[in-house]
Design a protein around this ligand. Structure first.
Ligand code: PLP
Length: 265
């Protein structure tokens, strides 16, 4: 039976065998938000709740073939990009997007895990910046924003300034996450589309300090809302609200909190 109403998302991301981040998390988010999820694996990581122990990138050919296999068969309403690991993988995406320009790309600018492992090789940064101009939304945290702009970020004003610089890299929207800042009770993220700058405020929840995969959940939720037809601003705001509910529902497994897809939204 054909169902024209079902929207689709593709995640191009790393595999997290512990299930809290990466494409495993993305696919759970897609299901929860009612979109059909496709995936293209960029890298196989080895991890548990104590951190990322190893990772092996897939070959560029295999990455390219996975994406082409999806594109030649299905209509994709939005794409979420996560961990890419290598310069070669970034270049695969650059080549694909030069020929085929999907509209709703959400790029989670994954550089390093919270446990300290580099998830993008340092020699990939310059090519990675070129990828940004194909995207609708980028979702850096403040550490990633610092690497991408060279700006030190220690205040809300710094965050706003960084958003202006980040937008020049070519995305339509910057959604800068404030979770790594020293905010006490309220976390402030910044949405910026070149004309409108919004302070998005959320209560800092106790588990937030020790939770895995929040960036993956946020970016795949934003992609899901774009796929369902929300505009850029609403997709970000609804995605952030979804994340807050998921953090509230997080469960402790091993030594960290993982989000648990409990509620339909
Ligand atoms: N593993 C994969 C495959 C990821 O994509 C990410 C983050 O994007 C991580 C691990 C790290 O997640 P966290 O920093 O939340 O622990």
């Amino acid at each position: 039976m054909k169902n024209k109403k079902i929207k689709t998302c593709l995640t191009i991301a790393g595999s997290d065998n512990s299930g809290g981040a990466g494409l495993q998390a993305d696919l759970k988010v897609f299901s929860l938000l009612g979109v059909f999820g496709f995936s293209a694996i960029t890298s196989i990581t080895v991890q548990n709740s104590k951190g990322v122990k190893a990772s092996i990138p897939v070959s560029p050919n295999i990455l390219e073939s996975q994406i082409n296999a999806i594109f030649e068969d299905f209509k994709i309403n939005a794409i979420k990009i996560g961990m890419l690991q290598t310069k070669e993988n970034v270049e695969v995406l650059l080549n694909i997007f030069k020929n085929y320009r999907p509209k709703n790309i959400v790029l989670d600018t994954v550089l390093k895990s919270s446990s300290g492992k580099y998830l993008l090789d340092k020699n990939a940064i310059e090519s990675f910046k070129k990828l940004i101009k194909f995207t609708a939304i980028i979702t850096p945290n403040t550490e990633e924003a610092k690497v991408l702009t060279g700006i030190e970020i220690s205040s809300l004003d710094d965050m706003k300034f960084a958003c202006e610089k980040l937008l020049k890299l070519g995305a339509k929207v910057v959604y800068l996450k404030g979770g790594h800042m020293d905010f006490k009770e309220t976390i402030v993220d910044i949405f910026f589309d070149g004309s409108k700058m919004i302070e998005v405020k959320y209560e800092k929840l106790p588990v937030k300090e020790n939770i895995h995969g929040t960036g993956c959940v946020l970016s795949s939720a934003i992609a899901s809302f774009l796929a369902k037809g929300e505009n850029l601003e609403n997709a970000c705001l609804k995605g952030r609200m979804f994340l807050q509910n998921q953090i509230r529902n997080a469960i402790k497994l091993g030594s960290r909190y993982l989000y648990m897809p409990l509620t339909q939204q």
